[in-house]
Design a protein around this ligand. Sequence first.
Ligand SMILES: Cc1cc2nc3c(=O)[nH]c(=O)nc-3n(C[C@H](O)[C@H](O)[C@H](O)COP(=O)(O)OP(=O)(O)OC[C@H]3O[C@@H](n4cnc5c(N)ncnc54)[C@H](O)[C@@H]3O)c2cc1C
Length: 463
Amino acid sequence: MAKYDLVVIGSGPAGRRGAIQAAKLGHSVLVIEKGRRVGGVSVHTGTIPSKTLRETVLNLTGWRERGFYGRAYRVKKDLQAKDLMLRLHKTLDHEVDVLEHQFARNGVHTLQGAAYFVDPGHVEVKTCDDETKTIEGERFLIAVGSRPYRPEHVPFDGKRVFDSDDILELPYLPRSLTVVGAGVIGIEYATIFSALDVSVCLVESRTSMLDFVDRELVAEFTHELRDRGLAIRLGAKVDHIEVSQGQTLVVLEGGRQMRADMLLYAAGRMGDTGPLKLDACGLTPDNRGRLSVDPKTYQTAVPHIYAAGDVIGFPSLASTSMEQGRIAACHAFNSALPPSPEFYPYGIYAVPEISTVGMTEEEVRERGIAFECGVARFRETSRGHIMGIEHGMMKMLFAIDDRRLLGVHIVGEGATELIHIGQAVLNLKGTLEYFVENTFNYPTLAEAYKIAALDAWNRMPRL
Ligand SMILES: Cc1cc2nc3c(=O)[nH]c(=O)nc-3n(C[C@H](O)[C@H](O)[C@H](O)COP(=O)(O)OP(=O)(O)OC[C@H]3O[C@@H](n4cnc5c(N)ncnc54)[C@H](O)[C@@H]3O)c2cc1C
């Protein structure tokens, strides 16, 4: 029977980073992956595909140039679903190749098949040849990720009604699309399709969306979406969904109806723990299939079994999953870790992008911190003029007493890259003066930092 110091179940960002970290610390590692290729949701159906699709759409539609050349401007006329898929497959092949090379270079073994526990120290793996292999592990990392929530009453068929996995197999581009669920995934796809000139209606049962984002930013974002014709129905509870006369029909409680060529159901995801037979190792997931862990070490209730990534819930991002996997592996093999940074950035790759780090204005108020805020609009920067940018803003919050940066919130072109300047200053406990006194490359969108800081400085008490 094969025996390893660390057995990792799942090869997504959490599993992959945990495996490589343990191998770098000199331990034997096996990664078990039930999918045909390594990489997880992140590479095959989530992060990378949706971001590649977004990039392709922005490029082929000429989206970024429309500020100059008008709404009718297109790089490629008559866009088809196959135009969008071409780049997707190339990118995914490259990602898998890099990952396989990383495993090989670090001596990480891989096994294809679905794993389940037989006791706290062993898993069995059903391989694709229908063989069953037993593996002994000194420690385990459960990194099985999540799958789309597919309630029984939704008539998924992969032709008109999709979840966020099979939307990537889109047979043709719809003229209209209903998206149910205004979480990050629903919003990203709704705005990407809207950039393709598909008529999109976004339906959400709650009365607000993106609750972890600064409200002023969400207001700016929603205004921009509505301005370009994307319909947003908040507080709209779905009564039932059906396919009738070749169209999808959503009937809301109260009777309001919405028809569209296609429907994307993106109302949540479930931890993929069902097939793991967790009772054999003494663990019980919650009703959404998620495991609870010690947030510092990522140990489950069974100390030699760790869990990281989407399977432990919020924030369910590839970026944070990687870090959790790494921390779990370091803890498992007694490798000291520096304290984690106080703030992680969040990126929402909608069109337009949103990115945020630190406290929102609502959080600052709740904590009773005296603050001042500064705002910059991208159209105020020379780079913005050159790029023909009409929208986009940055908001920064500073404490009045020690002038420390408290949070940065950006909506618009390049937000997910720009945020890292704010993240560095925030985690290094920098102040307003950093932005006011430093020189930024010119012309750049990063100049928005200086403009927003000066805006706050104008209202701050003098030193
Ligand atoms: C549409 C979409 C867009 C996203 N965009 C972003 C983004 O822009 N930025 C970002 O940071 N995050 C994004 N995410 C989230 C990100 O993809 C996830 O947070 C991340 O993939 C979670 O990593 P993970 O390692 O926990 O699991 P996963 O990536 O889900 O990988 C888990 C792996 O475990 C395997 N597995 C499951 N059960 C077993 C078993 N029993 N035996 C063997 N193998 C098993 C699965 O086959 C899978 O390959 C997005 C997600 C989606 C769906």
